[in-house]
Design a protein. Sequence first.
Length: 507
Amino acid sequence: MTSTLRPATVTGVERRPGRWLALSVLVLAVLLVTVDATVLGLATPYISEDLKPSGTQLLWIGDVYSFVIAGLLVSMGSLGDRVGRKRVLLGGATAFGAVSVLNAYATTPELMIAARALLGVAGATLMPATLALIRNIFPDPRERSLAVGIWGATASAGTAVGPVAGGFLLEHFWWGSVFLINLPVMAVLVLVGVRTLPESRNPRPGPWDPLSVALSLAGVIGVVYAVKDAAAHGPTPVALATGLLGAAALHGFVRRQLTLPTPLLDMRLFRDRGFSGAVLADLLTVLGMSGLVFFLSQYLQLVQGRAPFEAGLAEVPAAVGAVAAGLAAGRAARRFSVRAVVSGGLAAVGLALAVLTKLSASTGYPLLGAALLVVGVGAGFSFTVTADVILAAVPKEQAGAASAVSETAYELGAALGIALLGSIVTGVYRGFSGPPGTPAQARESLGGAVEAASALPRPTAEALLTAARDSFVHGLHLASGAGAAVLLATAAAAWFLLKGRRLEEAP
């Protein structure tokens, strides 16, 4: 195995004073990203009603952030390795807060899509920098496992805080207010982070290669756009051409990294089976879960008729399970094995998604809450351990680029999942049999059907809503079933790919 894949053995580990206070600042950055992602789903019905996007535009609002962030994560992680992770983190947090204001006051679907894209540019600086700084602040493996667990638990807590806070705001203010909650978090992060975070960078970084940045961005966006377009409209010439161009750009990116003396991303990392297996597990796990995450808030509000705040509370069990599992994941992986914890967690998520294929408009909360709790526990175990495996596979000088690979897998999985599973839901929904005179607006989205029904006579409105909700739930069944199949297959693959992998022990 190439020596670059393993950090030097840490002897006489030096524990940095103030490291836990520094970690508290890093988790604020995680909150910044996860709260934003979750409140978008909750606000989607209100955005749909106010901005009146088409079904395709609504999907773009949901996934363009992931497209851009996935395309830029490797570049931004490498930039942090070169110019300083603290500098990139604090600059990105400031930009994230400023662009959140643009999201809040968007007046057209096109402006909202552009604002989400810009937020992706800022967001790409945050997650790789936080994990890379954890890798440098905590050289002791056991402390690092706990720190990664806290990092992951905070991300999960953000998925609970987002819906609850967002639901409260949506019941009392306009939908744009859910994006403004980023501002106080950003302010605390920057003001405290300036004083508490240590600066770290690669002492021999080499130049930052703009051509590699362009190839990475063009490749990821091209491939994901092609998948999205093909899922929505079939294999059109535009989708095929875009996909081929994206694949060519990624091929060029890989070839260029193999020839550069100091590449943006050291492709030799992927020779490590554990590193590759952890990255693949993250990508496929998020892909399989994305349909549920994106459409669950719409199901709770528009199908079951829950108020936004109640819908936010209904999603809390997933976060509670993920927080508990994330804090215990490192210890569990050392007691049993990495592959047992990751594969077991993924299998649990797959089985829970399979249960959700039985949802209906009248499904009681105990079944839904129990399934969400299992999803959270399984995901918390898996994501925390794979993050630890990825960080441990590289020397600390390359922590930013390696962390970016992990986050790229996560964001790419989210983009592909929303594109593929979201298109399943949208495609099934559009085919519902509404009463005579059903407006075209009602077939664009469930939010459009609810709005259209308000202007129709009561018998017609009830027939329209029943047909639309039944069709939406049927699409959700298919998406959950497909996600379950992906998660169970990923659990089996992880069992073989992570064979023999162990978390580091203190020297």
